[in-house]
Design a protein around this ligand. Sequence first.
Ligand SMILES: Nc1ncnc2c1ncn2[C@@H]1O[C@H](COP(=O)(O)OP(=O)(O)O)[C@@H](O)[C@H]1O
Ligand SMILES: [Mg+2]
Length: 282
Amino acid sequence: MPRTVLVVDDERDANDILASLVRPHGFEPIQVFSGAEALAEVARRHPDLILLDLSLPDIDGFELCDRLKRDRETNLIPIIMITAHHNAKERAAGVRVGANGYLIKPFTPEQLRQAMDEAITWHNEHQQHGTTGEINFDIRSELNYLAQASDMLADLFAHTPLTERHIKDLKQAVMEMGGNAIEWGHRKNADLVLRITYRINPNSVTLIIKDQGPGFDPRDLPHAACDEDPIRHLEIRNELGLREGGFGIMLARGLVDRFWYNESGNQVTMVKHFETQNSAES
Ligand SMILES: Nc1ncnc2c1ncn2[C@@H]1O[C@H](COP(=O)(O)OP(=O)(O)O)[C@@H](O)[C@H]1O
Ligand SMILES: [Mg+2]
């Protein structure tokens, strides 16, 4: 069966060009010109990939992306959003469901091919690992939006074996780590976009919080609590003139089964297993 790409663009010429660009890569294009048609064809044909123009006559492209990503039937279909705005991805909105990739007009056929490759790779990796769902939220760096994204965790993880208690813990971990991203990573610049990923694996859930800040070295935190002596840092904070606190990382670490930062320290990954099993599954 040939792989299919749903091309969603209300401008006939642009739609045709996209269709002609995907054919050489072995994809059969399915061309639609509105959001309503897109939804119908997704349900009917279940395409391998969606190329979605942001401006449609009936539904906003962001809205369509949101609908498809929140639906468990369509969640794993990769979406590449095509936009005329240079800052569409980075543009600060309240809470927005993110696409898998973004292409900014005008783009080259090579950029399109690369975006498609990445999207298909994302899909294949998830399929291989048995991931049943993933959603990305791009949120404006404000605590009320962070709280909204944290609340949405409950809906998304509702069909997993996590207990209410686990969900509450995970929400708290998101608030702590998202709070750090806003306060320390983004220095409270509300326009910067924070990306939160929730993923459902066969035996666990994964939460990733990524900020656009410079990061930090988690091994060098004399002003934060550590397990051996959880209050020693308070004096140091006092000397440094820092606000009270320094317990966030220790707390979040204790609420999940696995917890690590990327090399630069601007992305934290947390994993919670469904049962108290010590399998290597993540
Ligand atoms: N995303 C981040 N970017 C930069 N620095 C961070 C980030 N997250 C945490 N930090 C650093 O780690 C320290 C400890 O964080 P935490 O344990 O939450 O305590 P607190 O936020 O109360 O200072 C912060 O004071 C900050 O120096
Ligand atoms: Mg903190």
